[in-house]
Design a binder for this molecule. Structure first.
Ligand code: PLP
Length: 390
């Protein structure tokens, strides 16, 4: 059987070796502690689940939803952006509910990329930006995210010829996997760059509500002129522990939103309506859960950082996101290091190289692990002496 080139061209899955080791360990009866998965362990808040249950009983919600989402949900998203970021959005033209941000991110590539086109993509980065580009027949121009630049791309390092022909600029702050944040000055630079080179901006922002030490991440759309050049992807997944319900949104530039709607309406039939009502409850109901969850993540963050520092890893303290990004001792590569952690300590972390070549030399630990498992995992690490790299 012959498959398309896009199937053949998907880069090899870097976690194969690690997945195999986890399975082997578990088969041997080991109590494997995993810091690898970015998926909130705490359940969806009760008020949201109650609304979902109620809405699921209502027969109109058993039928096909509209691709563009319920008008009430689009209004509710616009109101939330107004309340949270002081960003004004027209719910009829500048808001599009998604079956999770990932769906919109993947499909967005088809709005901007023709075969041979170039997208500017961060490295390390969430893999869907580059895979979407690849599926649309495009190529990635990688923007290294380096510690010395606070994990922000250096636009001056992009040759003018590349910037001028680029058809999309992907960004993600608060950042997965580095935990880095971006402020107004950076986003102003983004808008200026987008204007100068006429390149649409696609900012992925699912972690604006997951933050620590009193820090409040901003929306890219708060910057004057941002809506003329870009859209923002957001999600209820990380804000309200709703990863399993699959609901997110794209907001911003009406022409870009319309293009995404054209692609989506030809491929999917929208979000199950009961879930849309649950999302309305999430956005409009009590918001206390967000702070409660952030307190839990923050205390986990502090414990993880303390242990990692103790065993000799260099960690930047994240002010947002669900991740701790740790630098390995010189000479260590992330794959072999992660394998060794499973072999010796029954602990799973994500090798940084899985997020791109500039992620090499780092590992990512997720804070979405319950406290008992987390304490157990950290206790195993406490007294570990990292061997010299072979
Ligand atoms: C989790 C995550 C998403 C996906 O969000 P969904 O709404 O669950 O699809 C998108 N981007 C980044 C960077 C993420 O970490």
């Amino acid at each position: 059987m012959k498959f398309s080139r896009r199937i053949a061209e998907i880069p090899p899955y870097l976690f194969v070796e690690i997945s195999r080791k986890i399975a082997q360990k578990r088969a041997e009866g080991a109590d494997v502690v995993t810091f690898a998965i970015g998926d909130p362990d705490i359940p969806t808040p009760a008020n949201i689940l109650n609304r979902l249950q109620e809405a699921s009983q209502d027969p109109p919600n058993h039928r096909y939803p509209e691709s563009e989402g319920l008008p009430e949900l689009r209004q509710s998203i616009a109101d939330w952006y107004q309340k949270r970021f002081n960003v004004e959005l027209d719910p009829s033209k500048e808001v599009l509910p998604l079956i999770g941000a990932k769906e919109g991110i993947g499909h967005a590539a088809f709005c901007f990329i023709d075969p041979g086109d170039v997208a500017l993509v961060p490295d390390p980065g969430y893999p869907v930006y580059s895979i979407g580009t690849l599926f649309a027949g495009g190529e990635c121009h990688w923007m290294p995210l380096l510690e010395e630049n606070d994990w922000l791309p250096d636009f001056n390092a992009i040759p003018d010829a590349v910037a001028d022909k680029a058809k999309a600029l992907w960004l993600n702050y608060p950042n997965n996997p580095t935990g880095a944040i971006a402020g107004g000055e950076f986003f102003e630079e983004v808008v200026a760059f987008a204007r100068k080179h006429d390149v649409p901006v696609l900012h992925d922002a699912p972690y604006t509500e997951v933050s620590y030490d009193g820090y409040k991440p901003m929306s890219f759309l708060e910057i004057p002129g941002a809506k003329e050049v870009g859209v923002e992807f957001h999600s209820l997944s990380k804000s309200y522990n709703m990863t399993g319900w699959r609901i997110g949104m794209a907001v911003g530039n009406p022409d870009m939103i319309n293009a995404l709607m054209v692609i989506k309406s030809n491929l999917d039939s929208g979000i199950p309506q009961a879930i849309q009502y649950a999302a309305i409850e999430a956005l409009e109901g009590p918001q206390d859960a967000i702070e409660e969850h952030n307190d839990i993540y923050q205390s986990r963050r502090d414990k993880v950082i303390k242990t990692l520092t103790k065993i000799g890893l260099k960690v930047s303290v994240p002010k947002a996101s669900l991740y701790v990004w740790a630098k390995l001792p010189d000479g260590w590569k992330s794959g072999p290091f992660s394998s060794l952690l499973i072999e010796e300590k029954d602990i799973v972390v994500t090798p940084g190289a899985g997020y791109g070549k500039y992620g090499e030399g780092y590992i990512r630990l997720s804070l979405t692990i319950d406290d008992k498992q987390l304490d157990k995992g950290l206790a195993r690490l406490e007294s570990w002496k990292i061997p010299d790299p072979s």
